[in-house]
Structure formats: structure tokens, C-alpha cells
Design a protein around this ligand. Structure first.
Ligand code: DGJ
Length: 748
């Protein structure tokens, strides 16, 4: 059992081969945090690691004791985990230990997504019951440790055990106190078409935070906070990652106090939040996932990838090879009819593509973005046989069929709005702010969720639909639900997400064979909460290969290859106007779930041949590209950002594909080598270069190479000869395919 309890010092030790998490019931019954980091031996009492009782910044103590779930008003003064207003208006809370239990497995969280276990022994859980007696507020803290991952998950369940309502103003999923502040904070920040840019800053005295108040996690900041030492690299050094399994308003914060200790907290954003807890009612926080690595950011990402790919994503598509899609959005936008779609599908099928995805514009009178959201019936002028007729014809071509929907939204020009204007999010007597000409449906209302389930299950039930792209193209303004009383309006944002999760849950349960992809104008809701329902997400509306290097690199800090949809699109690129070689576009999109978002009918013969070759290449390595271990080699966020390199490899390191990308060609730059990682130093690998060519880089690398040579000397990625480099051009990419040779275990 990886959780032990030392009754003398009342210390809990959650432990596996990679991490230890230590906490202690202090003498006065508060819960002190002792340690989270690399694995400590299971030896006796670690109670000595903390003072006997929680003292706060009182006149009896210099610095306060690290706290497991800090509350406000009792002398801690740092950012709290829990704030609740009591009937007399006071907010001080002092949680004291009541009892605990340890059990095998990991409980689900009511109505919220969370990581899970599948077999006996995968994880164990410590549940600690705390009580604030004057407020009659019970708090159950859950700590789960996976037996073979450097991961501890946390959540809290509050319960009002009194007779009068309480108002919860803040209920974090986790806080984590660290003894020093010599850390850099890494965050993934961005904007539409520029998601997940890696930003790094030194921690400073005071608080530094990221968050969202938009009703979605947002592309402004991903719900992830990483701390690393200044010296931590991809392969060495300490790092902590805190990730929130949630898709709504969040806060992730680091506070450095006067003693240079650091408190991290992550959870539902207290801004705009309050929750009335009636007698006997409960409130569950979302799950926080805490990862520790002492082998750099690479190992931190490995832990997130494995957990989110295998124990957060669910259903048949968790492991099934994901199809290569053609999506008609950038080929046609709203301007299509059945004949045009079938023409695209026929050409795509000839290239080896496996699924046709019909994007926006198929329903109501949708010829632009200002109408028909909510009216999920086919536009008969465009699709005379309806979705069913089109889907059957697509299937007859040998492709599967997928469809775009945006269920949470409504256009003012729609039948749904005419019938149910009262279902829209908005404050009575205030004008609704439109964004992308659309309004948001009030997902906190049962009748809205029921209606959408009815309409969408009818659609999915009638036609052979194998895939759903669930889009969400605007954030919430005028947050208000007429179905909630005034004192519960602070619950709106959380209830909105609970309603969205409920719709996802009902649809994915009813249609387990359907592959769901989440999307929010690209990566505007690319978060762990969504991955529980939709195992892949549209990473960004920006399909430019060069922009995608940064976007996919940043996204990969937390999210696995299997979650990142990446498409090859036409040039000039529709977002940047950039013209990149088709091989480069593919070499970037290969690292994830590949698709095409262009008009295959319009391809030149040369490009058509190239695309068919790309698809064959990808199919032969699909497992590596979708489920391999990603090793980041050269960052687009470092130096001049001109080069990026990464590789994906099999678990036994016998297969790998390395991608190397150069943005601008540079004259006379001299030779350059790229050292690989994670290979078997004793193995011999057959190296082949894609696209195949007779240039010096291809010739220099192709053939049998030792794993030791590939890791210690490296691949040649720029030629020594300045004449050669003149022929290379800008925006280049090369893939190096590595295959260990039999017999393994040695090379000449
Ligand atoms: C935004 C998405 O990210 C795009 O891929 C596309 O589906 C459009 N919405 C359609 O309106």
C-alpha cells in the first residue's frame, strides 16, 4: 500500500518509486504540509519535518507552518484554499482533523471529469475529514497516488453539517507550499491562432497568477502552472506541474511570502464565484493533478501525457488509431453543396484519407456566421438528401463521415431563438453582447441540456456519423441565469460547465463509437476537463506550419500527441499568408492526429502525389505519431527560435521518428548536429530521411548508425558546404526515421 500512517506523529506518507507526499496532523489538529518531491524511503517518522502546531504569522512564530488546505482569517495571511461566509458575515475558518481513511483505488468526483484507475493497485487514496466547528463546515480532502506515476491528485468535498446556509467564496482544488522561491514560473499563454506560447518568469515576492473569467479555460492561459529551477532543462532538474481537470473559470497562482516560501494554488477562479451551501448540501472541487519531476520538463510532460492519454481519456477511442480526416472548412467555408462535398470526398479517398468531416454551414440557413446556430437540421438547398443522404454517399465512397456542431450557441436569426429567447445567457434589461454574431445558451438549465441532447442524439442516431467536432466560438458576457435566485448567481459559471459536461456525458454514453473532438475557435478550451469526454482537440485555427511549431511545442508540455489534431492546409496559408513547402506542412502535422484541410481537387499533380506519399508514411507509423513518447529536442522558444526539433519514439525505443525544422535559411552557417535522446545506446538503428533525396544531409545520415552515435554525436541537420545550403530555401523540414536492427544489443 503506497500510503502509510505513522500514528505517533500522525504523519501520512504517500509514496511510490518516484515521489513522496508527506502531510501531518499537527498537535492542534490542523493539517500541516511537510513535503512533495522525489521519493523518500519509508522509514519511521517524518513528523520532525514540521513544528508541532500551526501558528500563523503570530507573535509566537517567525514563519507560518506550511499548510495543506489553508483557510482565511486565522493568521496565515497568504492566499487561502477555502473561504466561506457564515450567517453572521464572518469568514474566519479553522479546519481541524476529525478522521481519515485509506483505501485502494480512486473515487470519481460527482458530475466532474477526473483521472481514473482501471485495475486493482493502480492507485490508493487518502481521505481526510476536517471540520470547522463554529461554521459547521466539513471538508473532505482527497489525495490519490498512482503506484507507478510521479503523480498525486487532489480534490476537496465540502459539506454543510449545520442548519443554516453557508456561502463558499473560494474552494481551491489544491494548494502546495514549497520551502523556497528560487523558481521560474512557466505558463502557456496566447490568443486566438497563437495558443500555448511558452512564457517563463522568475518568481517574485507577492502573488503572480494566471486565470480565466470567460466561462471557458481559454486560450489566454491554459489551466497549467509549472515551476522549474533556472537550471532545469528538458532532461535535467526539478520541476512541478499543477494542472486542473476543468474547463471553466480557473485560477492558478504562486505567492511568495516574506520568508521566501512559495504557495501554489489552483482551482475554480474565486473571481465572480460564490456557492450557497444549504444544510446537508455538498460542493465538490474539480481535480488538481500534481506532478513532480527531477529529470527535467521532459519527464514532467511524460507523466502528464501518460496519465491524460491512458487514464483521463475514455472509451473505445482512447486506444483506437485515430482516422486521418479531410475537413472541408478551409476548402469551402460556407460555400458548398452536396456535389462539391462529394467531389472533395472522392479526391480525398483516392489519396488514402479515411474520414470526411463536414464543418460549419450545413444547417438552417447558414451561409455565414450570423444565422442558424441552434437549428440543427440540414439545409436542404445544400444537402437535398439531408445529413443522412450525404453521410451514406460518403460511406459508399469508403470513407467514414464526421460532422461539426456548436451546441452551446444560438444565433438571433434562428428558429431556436424565436422559440426560446429566454434560454440565452444574459442579464434582463441589459443588451446582450454579441460575439461572432452569436449568443450563448444557458447550459446551467436542465431544459436546455435536455433539448440539446434530444436534437443531437436524433441527428447522431439517424445518420451514420462516426465523428463529432464540437466547437465553441465565443466566451460568456452578461453572466446571469434567470433560473437561479439572486443569491445563487455566483454559481452560474460553474453550473454552465457542469451542464456542458452533462451534455457531453450523455452524448458520449449514448454514442460510444463516435469520436468526439473538442474545439473552441481552435485551442480556446483545450484542457484536461475536455479530454475526459473528447480524447482529441483542435489545437489551433492556425494551420501555418511555422506557427504550429510553437503552438504544438507549447501544447505538448502537458498534452499528449493523441490529443492534438493537426491539419495540412493550402498555401498561401489562410491565417498568415505564408507559403511553406507541402512536405514541411506535413512534417509538422504528423506529430499529432493528422488531417487535411484543403481542397484536394485543386492540388497540382505533384502535390497530389506528395499528399498520397505523406498519408502512406503516416499510416505506416501512426502508432508512433499518435501514441509515441514525445521527446522535445530543440525549442522554438529559445535562442533565435529559428530551429525546432522533436522526436516520437516507441516505449522500447526500437522505433523513432525525429522531426527537424528550420524557419529561415541562413547562408554559410556551417554544419550543425542534432543530438537525440532516449535511444538504446547499444542498439544499431537504420536511419532513413524523409522526404527522400540525394542531398548531403540525406546522404550523411542515411544508413546504419549506433544509438550511442545518434545521442552523443547526433544527426547532421545542416551541411558543411555553403553551396548546398543555397539550394535549401526557407521553411524546411526533415524527418529521420529510426528503426533498431536485429539482433538488438550491439552494433559494429
Ligand atoms: C472555428 C473552428 O476552430 C474552425 O475550425 C471552424 O470549425 C470554424 N469555427 C467554423 O465556424
Amino acid at each position: 500500500m503506497p500510503i502509510t500512517f505513522d500514528a505517533t506523529s500522525r504523519t501520512f506518507h504517500l509514496r511510490n518509486e518516484q515521489v513522496s507526499y508527506l502531510l501531518r496532523v499537527l498537535e492542534n489538529g490542523t493539517l500541516g504540509h511537510l513535503f512533495f518531491g522525489g521519493s523518500l524511503v519509508e522509514a519511521g517518522s517524518y513528523g520532525r519535518l514540521s513544528g508541532g502546531e500551526f501558528l500563523g504569522y503570530s507573535n509566537r512564530a517567525a514563519a507560518p507552518v506550511p499548510h495543506e488546505y489553508p483557510t482565511s482569517g486565522i493568521g496565515d495571511y497568504r492566499v487561502p484554499a477555502l473561504v466561506a461566509t457564515q450567517p453572521d458575515g464572518s469568514t474566519a475558518l479553522d479546519l481541524r482533523y476529525v478522521s481519515h481513511r485509506v483505501f485502494a483505488g480512486k473515487p470519481a468526483i460527482a458530475n466532474l471529469p477526473s483521472t481514473y484507475v482501471q485495475g486493482y493497485g493502480e492507485a490508493d487514496t487518502l481521505e481526510i475529514l476536517m471540520l470547522d466547528t463554529p461554521a459547521s463546515l466539513e471538508v473532505r480532502l482527497f489525495f490519490s497516488i498512482y503506484s507507478d506515476r510521479p503523480v498525486v491528485t487532489r480534490s476537496a468535498r465540502l459539506r454543510n453539517v449545520g442548519e443554516v446556509p453557508l456561502t463558499v467564496e473560494c474552494a481551491m482544488s489544491a494548494t502546495l507550499d514549497l520551502p523556497d522561491s528560487e523558481w521560474e514560473l512557466v505558463q502557456l499563454s496566447g490568443a486566438w491562432a497563437r495558443e500555448c506560447q511558452v512564457r517563463t518568469r522568475h518568481l517574485e515576492a507577492g502573488s503572480q497568477s494566471i486565470g480565466s473569467v470567460r466561462g471557458a479555460s481559454g486560450y489566454q492561459h491554459n489551466p497549467l502552472l509549472i515551476l522549474k529551477r533556472a537550471s532545469t532543462s528538458e532532461e535535467n532538474g526539478e520541476a512541478y506541474g499543477l494542472s486542473l481537470v476543468y474547463s471553466g473559470n480557473f485560477l492558478a497562482e504562486a505567492e511568495v511570502d516574506v520568508y521566501n516560501t512559495t504557495r501554489l494554488r489552483i482551482g475554480v477562479n474565486p473571481e465572480g464565484f460564490s456557492w450557497t451551501l444549504d444544510p446537508s448540501a455538498e460542493f465538490c472541487t474539480p481535480e488538481a493533478v500534481l506532478v513532480y519531476s527531477e529529470a527535467g520538463l521532459g519527464a514532467l510532460s511524460d507523466a502528464f501525457h501518460g496519465l491524460y492519454r491512458d487514464r483521463l481519456a475514455r472509451g473505445v477511442w482512447r486506444e483506437a488509431p485515430r482516422p486521418i480526416v479531410i475537413n472541408n472548412w478551409e476548402a469551402t467555408y460556407y460555400d458548398f453543396d452536396e456535389a462539391r462535398l462529394l467531389e472533395i470526398a472522392t479526391a480525398a479517398q483516392g489519396l488514402g484519407i479515411e474520414m470526411f468531416v463536414l464543418d460549419d454551414g450545413w444547417f438552417g440557413r447558414r451561409d455565414g456566421d450570423n444565422t442558424s446556430l441552434g437549428d440543427w437540421t440540414a439545409n436542404k438547398a445544400k444537402l437535398p438528401g439531408g445529413i443522412e443522404g450525404l453521410a451514406r454517399q460518403i460511406e459508399a465512397l469508403g470513407l467514414r463521415f464526421g460532422i461539426w456542431i456548436e451546441p452551446e450557441m444560438v444565433s438571433q436569426r434562428s428558429q431556436l431563438y424565436a422559440d426560446h429567447a429566454d434560454w440565452v445567457v444574459g442579464v434582463p434589461k441589459r443588451p446582450n453582447t454579441e460575439s461572432r454574431n452569436q449568443l450563448v445558451l444557458d447550459m446551467s438549465r436542465r431544459e436546455v441540456v435536455d433539448h440539446l441532447f434530444g436534437v443531437l442524439s436524433d441527428l447522431l442516431g439517424r445518420a451514420p456519423i462516426s465523428y463529432v467536432k464540437w466547437d465553441m466560438n465565443r466566451n460568456i458576457t452578461e453572466p446571469f441565469s434567470p433560473s437561479l435566485p439572486a443569491h445563487r448567481q455566483g454559481e452560474f459559471f460553474h453550473r454552465y460547465i457542469l451542464g456542458t459536461y452533462e451534455l457531453y456525458e450523455r452524448l458520449t454514453r449514448a454514442f460510444p463509437q463516435v469520436l468526439f473532438e473538442s474545439c473552441a475557435s481552435g485551442g480556446g478550451r483545450f484542457d484536461p476537463g475536455m479530454l475526459f469526454f473528447a480524447p482529441q482537440a483542435w489545437t489551433s485555427d492556425d494551420t501555418d506550419a511555422i506557427e504550429r511549431l510553437k503552438i504544438q511545442w507549447g501544447t505538448s508540455l502537458c498534452y499528449p500527441l493523441s490529443s492534438m489534431a493537426a491539419h495540412v492546409s493550402a498555401v498561401p496559408n489562410h491565417q498568415t499568408g505564408r507559403v511553406t513547402p507541402i512536405a514541411t506542412r506535413a512534417a509538422v502535422a504528423f506529430f499529432g492526429v493528422l488531417g487535411y484541410e484543403l481542397d484536394p481537387v485543386a492540388l497540382s499533380d505533384e502535390d497530389r502525389e506528395a499528399v498520397a506519399d505523406q498519408i502512406a508514411y503516416y499510416k505506416a507509423r501512426r502508432e508512433l505519431f499518435q501514441r509515441g513518447r514525445l521527446v522535445r529536442l530543440r525549442s522554438p522558444f529559445e535562442g533565435d527560435g529559428n530551429e525546432t526539433a522533436w522526436m516520437t519514439m516507441s516505449a522500447d525505443s526500437s522505433r523513432a521518428v525525429v522531426g527537424h525544422y528550420r524557419v529561415l535559411n541562413q547562408p554559410n552557417r556551417g554544419p550543425s548536429r542534432l543530438r537525440l535522446r532516449g535511444l538504446d545506446a547499444k542498439a544499431s538503428y537504420r536511419v532513413s530521411v524523409w522526404p527522400a533525396g540525394k542531398d548531403p544531409v540525406s546522404t550523411a545520415n542515411s544508413g546504419i548508425r549506433g544509438g550511442d552515435e545518434l545521442m552523443r554525436v547526433g544527426l547532421l541537420v545542416a551541411s558543411e558546404n555553403p553551396v548546398d545550403s543555397r539550394r535549401v530555401g526557407d521553411f524546411t523540414a526533415r524527418l529521420f526515421d529510426l528503426e533498431a536492427q536485429e539482433p538488438a544489443g550491439g552494433h559494429a
